[in-house]
Design a protein around this ligand. Structure first.
Ligand code: ADP
Ligand code: ZN
Length: 729
């Protein structure tokens, strides 16, 4: 294959426009190489693209236009192009959409952007003030290093105008400097901890894998607090020594603050960050520095997998079982699986870390596809908390109250001992249902088949499906009767109210994703709580994810049965993981912890498995059930969601597809449905789903493309295909 196109030669360019094919252009003056980022004319516009290969030459050659310009960005490597192709084929995503994922940094080809920086000069200001003196002292202490206006002003504790005022006399110099600067070097030998025997053995296995420089996936399993992070940081250290880059994926942005501090302590400098909370200019810097090898380590959300690493040697997927790794809109991919794919194409190592691995990873380790490392005890004095069920059938609890006397007493004891307690309820808002006591109707969303959830802090009803919100009405929207609307059931905000009544002296903090405007506010709140700013923490599943609260010794689960309802394939697995994860929050430091699970069915096998802690038995039983049903990982699934504003139209299409299933049957796959999706209407669109089930080795994706390709989507019909669906809504 040609790798370079001389001026005028025909090349095929992949753009980020939804066109579903390569477009032919002529190479510009000076030619262009395969992989080059280019700007090409498309109709009246100029769009971003990548030279993908030779042109097809099937277009009227007199109409073929030249490439506008080759951008000043590192070309996309062959390995990255192959990864996008394979990931796209796996998820049935058009390549153009894959390219959008890989170019989520604005102004990639712009000339280096500059910013003003300030450092100490030799001039003398005509008039000296305290504030001015502080600026000059700070600037002097930097030894010639330049800071931005904001940074220098903040360091000196003055307003920016004070710094500006020193520029005229030359006491402070104002200069231009490129914005996209290299990240500070990380030192692999800076600050390692002395590892326990278990940990050291695990670290050595990972290091040996790094040195081998071959593809390998390791499941690193260990209870919360056993030192998994310490162990995989040693794999990062080895990757750095080998001159390769490392990527650590975290499931939750709010976890990055604490993690960055740990990385800095270990390697002496901060790594690059990549997630939705990072500014656009910083994203561009990260993208470029990653491509140039000037960012050795990236901490990021799942989309960091599509960064243009120059030499990636390690991908860590922390809390690998976490459902947020599955992208649920746009491109439907599972970051854990894509990490394994990318690593296998790069001879890199993957570390999947979790206290409660996903059933898939557990099965892959059992089957010998993944290596397995187990850390069996918590570090130091910390032990796993005692877990007990509170049988709610025997508790004396008035209506509209959810904290049982037994749990309340346990909380009181912890508070008296000066420790923290957590109440866990996986429900945002004040109450899940608003009911009219006059007509019996529940307040629903106008656009979705969903109830509106009352959020009392915001004084609004919110639809958790589409985000629509309205003020809490005083009149029933159905019957019009005044003052008869009642909140039914608990949400975290209501728990906070109940806790405040039960424990009037306690400082109560609610952690729920909707209560914080920005990731930064949430981070700050979590840090404050870790420092002891609250006695009782009330939270949704946000609190289950890896935060470290040293004084927390009691976790009370308000409704352990919540996740067991519903028909989801993964309901048991999810509940098991979530409960173990939440319980793992208690007793991380020297003080032993306790977890109390309020349940109306303590004899349920999942609740018993959680309490008994016999994980192997739980996984084995789950696996047997899946095997018997031919479900993943023993079979393959694809979810198909059809939607339209016209209900008849979606069902007609669903029925048509279900009948025309030849392409699927040819590979041994079966279609189930159409059926109304569990949430049958979202944003005014009716939703119908089909489920495709295939034997394990079946070539499902090509069959699905053929099958779906038989129909043309007319009007506002949409079809989304979800390979390996994680949830079924
Ligand atoms: P995990 O990732 O399994 O939850 P961490 O790596 O976060 O566990 O370890 C839990 C706590 O114990 C952290 O504060 C960590 O710094 C500390 N820790 C773990 N191992 C060691 C060690 N060998 N020496 C000192 N501190 C350790
Ligand atoms: Zn809605």
């Amino acid at each position: 294959m040609t790798d370079f196109f001389e001026e005028g030669a025909l090349c095929g360019v992949l753009t980020t426009q939804p066109l579903d094919r390569l477009l032919d252009y002529r190479a510009p003056e000076g030619g262009c190489a395969t992989g080059a980022f280019v700007e090409v004319p498309l109709g009246p516009r100029k769009v971003l693209g990548v030279v993908w290969g030779p042109g097809r030459g099937d277009y009227d050659s007199s109409k073929i236009r030249p490439v506008g310009r080759v951008l000043d960005a590192p070309p996309m490597r062959a390995e990255m192009r192959a990864f996008l192709e394979r990931a796209g084929a796996y998820t049935l995503t058009p390549l153009t959409a894959m390219l959008r994922l890989a170019t989520r940094a604005p102004g990639l080809g712009d000339p280096p952007s500059m910013r003003k920086v300030y450092r100490l000069g030799t001039g003398v200001p005509p008039r000296m003030t305290d504030a001015r003196r502080r600026v000059l002292e700070e600037a002097g202490a930097l030894g010639g290093l330049a800071l931005t206006l904001g940074e220098l002003a903040e360091a000196a504790g003055v307003t920016p105008s004070v710094v500006k005022g020193l520029v005229t006399s030359g006491a402070i110099l104002e200069e231009q400097s490129p914005r996209d600067t290299a990240f500070p070097r990380l030192d692999p030998s800076h600050g390692g901890k002395t590892l326990t025997e278990d940990q050291a053995a695990g670290a050595e296995t990972l290091r040996a894998g790094q040195r081998a420089g071959a593809y390998q996936t390791v499941l690193l399993k260990g209870v919360t607090g056993s030192g998994k992070t310490e162990v995989y940081l040693e794999a990062v250290a080895e990757a750095l020594r080998q001159g390769r880059q490392a990527l650590v994926l975290l499931p939750e942005i709010a976890l990055t603050a604490e993690f960055l501090t740990r990385v800095e302590a270990r390697f002496g400098a901060r790594p690059a960050e990549w997630h939705s909370g990072v500014t656009l200019t910083e994203r561009r810097r990260v993208w470029k520095m990653v491509a140039e090898g000037q960012a050795q380590m990236v901490i990021g959300a799942r989309s960091a997998l599509f960064l243009p690493f120059r030499s990636l040697g390690l991908i860590v997927v922390d809390e690998e079982h976490d459902t947020s790794y599955k992208q649920e809109d746009g491109v439907l991919y599972n970051a854990r699986d894509m990490a394994v794919l990318r690593a296998s194409m790069l001879d890199a190592q993957v570390v999947l870390a979790s206290a409660t691995p996903s059933l898939e990873s557990w099965a892959n380790a059992e089957a010998g596809k993944y290596d397995k490392l187990v850390l069996s005890s918590r570090f130091g004095a910390a032990v796993m908390p005692q877990m007990r069920a509170i049988d709610m059938r025997g508790e004396d609890l008035p209506g509209a109250r959810w904290i049982s006397p037994t749990l309340a007493q346990a909380v009181t004891q912890r508070l008296e001992a000066g420790e923290q307690a957590m109440l866990f309820l996986n429900r945002r808002g004040y109450a899940p249902v608003t009911l009219c006591r006059a007509c019996g109707q529940q307040v629903g969303c106008d656009h979705c088949d969903a109830r509106m959830v009352e959020h009392r802090f915001l004084k609004r009803l919110i639809c958790h499906q589409c985000g629509e919100s309205k003020p809490v009405p005083t009149k029933c929207p159905s019957c019009g009767v005044e003052d008869k609307l009642a909140a039914v059931g608990p949400g975290v905000e209501r728990m906070a109210e109940e806790a405040a009544a039960l424990f009037p002296e306690a400082r109560i903090a609610v952690l729920s994703s909707d209560l914080f405007g920005t990731a930064r506010e949430l981070k700050a709140q979590i840090e404050a709580i870790a420092q002891g700013a609250a006695d009782i923490i009330i939270g949704t599943q946000l609190v289950a994810k890896g935060h470290n609260f040293p004084a927390l010794t009691l976790v009370g689960v308000i409704d352990a049965d919540l996740g067991l309802q519903g028909s989801d394939l993964r309901a048991a697995e999810r509940t098991f993981q979530l409960m173990r994860q939440v319980a793992g929050r208690a007793g991380r430091a020297e003080r032993p912890g306790e977890a109390l699970l309020q349940s109306f069915q303590p004899e349920h096998p999942v609740i018993r498995a959680i309490l008994g802690g016999d994980e192997e038995a739980f996984w084995a039983a789950e696996l047997d059930e899946r095997r018997a049903a031919g479900m993943p990982p023993f079979g393959r699934l694809a979810g198909v969601i059809l939607s339209s504003t016209d209900v008849q139209q979606v069902f007609d299409l669903g029925n048509h597809l279900a009948r025309q299933d030849g392409a699927l049957r040819a590979v041994g796959a079966q279609v189930y449905g159409p059926a109304p999706a569990p949430i049958a209407r979202v944003r005014g669109r009716h939703r119908v789903r089909l489920l495709v089930k295939a034997p394990k080795g079946a070539p499902l994706q090509p069959a699905l493309s053929d099958w779906a390709g038989q129909v043309r989507l007319k009007g506002d019909l949409r079809m989304a295909i979800d390979i390996d669906p994680q949830s079924f809504f």
